[in-house]
Design a protein around this ligand. Structure first.
Ligand code: SAH
Length: 509
C-alpha cells in the first residue's frame, strides 16, 4: 500500500444497471456513472447510459468482440486496477445486479488484492424484474413460498454438472434459470426425469423490460418445441412453476397506445425532454437523435452592443426557446438587471417560446396565431410604429424574411445572432443499426431545421433505410421540407405543439 502513498488512487464502482428499462436504474447508479472518468462495459443495455456519463468519459468495451472473442476476466480485472491506479474514477457497469451471475465478486476480489477502494452498487436483477414485467410474481402466498435462481449455463470446462437436478426437481418453489436458452432441452428433460410434473407451467421471457419484450409459454413437456418454433434468443429467462399461470390476468407490459413502439426524436437534446416524457407516458420508447447542438455564437460583439444599448429599443422579438435562453443567460453573465427591459414590448413566435418567457415572469405582448415568420411579420407591421426599433434575437440559421420585411416597411431592426446550431452526428452508427434492423416505428420532425439536420447527420447510408418507417411532422412547412429532402411523410400534425404531434403517433384521424 505504501507505494501508493504519494499517488492519487482512484476508485471503482461496480454498478448494476438493471435489466434493460433504463428507469429501473438506481439513483446511486446514475450518480456514479455521472462521476466516472472511465466506463468499462460489456453491454450498455441502454443508450441512455452514454448520456449519463461525462462528455469526456472514456468508454472501454470488454464484451464479446465481433469475432466472438471474449475478453478474459483477468484482463478486465487488470483494466479496472490499472485505471484506478492512474487516479481515475471507474464505473464498471453490468446488466441486472453485479453479484447475480455477473462476476462482480471476482472483480471486487481483484480490487481488494491491490488495495483499491471500491463500492458495489446493487442493481435490479433480471431474475425478479423480468418475470414482473411479464405479469409473473416469483412468489405468491397461495402458490409457493420460495424461488430459486439458477444458472442454465455452467462453465463448459466442468465435466460433471454441479447442479443436482434431483434436488431441483423436488423443490416446490419457483425455478428461475438465467442463461438457459441453449440448454433448455436438458433443463426440462432432467427436471422431468427426476419427477417434476410434465404439466408444470413454464414461461420464457425474451428481452424483458424492453420494448421488444416477448413472453412464450407452455409446460415442461411442450416448451422446447414452442421455443424452437418461436426462435427464442438470448437474453431470455426461463421461469418454471405454478406462478406462471398468473401472467394472463396480471399482464400489464407493454402498455398504452405506444406500447412496443420505438419513436425517433430528432429535436436538440435541450428541447427533447417534453416529447420524450410524453412518448414514455404512452408506453413507447423514445430514441434520441438530437442531430443539432446549441452552441455559443461566433462572437458576442453585436449581441453585447445590443444589450448595452437595450434602452434604445421598443421591441424584442424571440423566435425560439433557445433564443430566449441565450438572451437571458447573456444578460445574467453581464450582470444586467431584467428591469432594464421595463419599457420594452415583447414579441414571441410559438407557444413554447411564450412559455419560456412566462417562466421568467415576462408577459408576451404580441404572438401570431399561426407560428410562422410570415404571420409574425404581418402582425408586427400592424403593431410596430414607424421609427420604433426592434431587436431580433435569433439563431445563425434563422430566416431573413422577417428582417427584410420589417426593414422594407421602414421599421428599424437590429438582427442579432444569440446562438448557433451545429450538426451532431455522435450517435449516427447506433441509429443506422436500429434502422437496419427495422426496429424504429416512427421518426418525428418538429421543424424544418430538424429535417435538414437529420438528413445531414444520418448521411446517404441512413437515408436509404427510411422506407416503410412512418414519418410524422409538426405542420405543413416541416412536411414540405421533408418531402423536398426525399422523405415520405405519412402524418402531419396541424396542431403545432408536442401534444399535437404525439397524438398523431397513435391516432391516424
Ligand atoms: N447480472 C444479471 C444476470 C447476468 S447473466 C442480472 O442480475 O440480471 C445474463 C442472463 O440474464 C441472460 O442470459 C438472461 O438469462 C438474463 N437476462 C438479463 N437481462 C435480461 C432481459 N432483459 N430479459 C431476459 N433475460 C435477461
Amino acid at each position: 500500500m505504501d507505494t501508493y502513498m504519494n499517488m492519487k488512487v482512484g476508485k471503482v464502482y461496480i454498478i448494476g444497471t438493471g435489466p434493460g428499462d433504463y428507469k429501473l436504474m438506481t439513483l446511486k447508479a446514475v450518480e456514479c456513472i455521472g462521476l466516472a472518468d472511465v466506463i468499462v462495459y460489456d453491454r450498455l443495455g441502454s443508450s441512455k447510459i452514454k448520456h449519463l456519463a461525462k462528455a469526456d468519459a472514456e468508454f472501454i468495451f470488454v464484451g464479446k468482440m465481433p469475432d466472438k472473442h471474449i475478453v478474459p476476466q483477468e484482463e478486465i480485472n487488470k483494466i479496472l486496477v490499472q485505471k484506478a491506479l492512474e487516479g481515475k474514477c471507474v464505473a464498471r457497469v453490468k446488466g441486472g445486479d453485479p453479484f447475480v451471475f455477473g462476476r462482480g465478486g471476482e472483480e471486487a476480489e481483484a480490487l481488494v488484492k491491490e488495495g483499491i477502494s471500491f463500492e458495489i452498487i446493487p442493481g435490479v436483477t433480471s431474475a425478479i424484474s423480468v418475470p414482473a414485467y411479464a405479469g409473473i410474481p416469483v412468489t405468491h402466498r397461495d402458490i409457493c413460498s420460495s424461488f430459486h435462481v439458477i444458472t442454465g449455463h455452467e462453465r463448459p470446462e466442468k465435466e460433471e454438472s454441479i447442479l443436482d437436478f434431483e434436488v431441483l426437481a423436488k423443490l416446490t418453489g419457483t425455478l428461475v434459470f438465467l442463461m438457459g436458452v441453449k440448454n433448455l432441452p436438458e433443463i426440462t428433460s432432467k427436471l422431468m426425469v427426476y419427477g417434476k410434473s410434465a404439466k408444470t407451467p413454464v414461461a420464457l421471457i425474451e428481452k424483458g423490460t424492453t420494448n421488444e419484450q416477448r413472453t412464450i409459454s407452455g409446460t415442461l413437456d411442450t416448451i422446447e418445441a414452442i421455443a424452437q418454433r418461436e426462435d427464442v434468443k438470448s437474453p431470455a429467462i426461463i421461469i418454471i412453476g405454478e406462478v406462471v399461470k398468473l401472467k394472463d390476468s396480471l399482464r400489464w407490459y407493454p402498455y398504452g397506445p405506444l406500447g412496443g413502439k420505438r419513436v425517433l426524436v430528432t429535436r436538440a437534446r435541450e428541447q427533447a425532454s417534453q416529447l420524450i416524457a410524453r412518448i414514455e407516458e404512452l408506453g413507447g420508447e423514445a430514441i434520441e437523435f438530437p442531430t443539432i447542438k446549441i452552441a455559443e455564437p461566433e462572437d458576442y460583439e453585436s449581441f453585447d452592443n445590443a444589450l448595452n444599448g437595450i434602452k434604445n429599443y421598443s421591441w424584442v422579438a424571440f423566435t425560439s426557446v433557445n433564443g430566449v435562453k441565450a438572451f437571458f443567460n447573456r444578460m445574467r453573465q453581464k450582470k444586467l438587471d431584467i428591469r432594464t427591459l421595463v419599457n420594452i414590448k415583447i414579441c414571441a413566435v410559438g407557444a413554447s417560446t411564450a412559455e419560456a418567457l412566462n417562466e421568467l415572469g415576462l408577459t408576451v405582448d404580441l404572438m401570431p396565431e399561426s407560428y410562422t415568420t410570415e404571420a409574425l411579420l404581418e402582425l408586427m407591421l400592424k403593431h410596430v410604429s414607424k421609427g420604433e426599433r426592434v431587436l431580433m434575437a435569433r439563431a445563425d440559421i434563422a430566416s431573413k424574411e422577417l428582417y427584410s420585411g420589417l426593414i422594407n416597411k421602414g421599421i428599424l431592426v437590429n438582427d442579432i445572432v444569440v446562438y448557433k446550431t451545429e450538426i451532431d452526428a455522435q450517435n449516427k452508427q447506433e441509429i443506422v443499426k436500429l434502422l437496419e434492423e427495422g426496429s424504429i416505428n416512427f421518426i418525428t420532425f418538429t421543424s424544418s431545421s430538424t429535417v435538414i439536420n437529420f438528413v445531414k447527420a444520418i448521411g446517404s447510408e441512413g437515408m436509404q433505410l427510411l422506407k416503410g418507417i412512418e414519418v410524422v411532422c409538426i405542420g405543413k412547412v416541416t412536411a414540405k421540407t421533408a418531402q423536398e429532402q426525399g422523405i415520405m411523410v405519412s402524418r402531419i400534425a396541424d396542431e403545432y405543439t408536442i401534444d399535437g404531434l404525439v397524438k398523431k403517433l397513435y391516432d391516424k384521424e
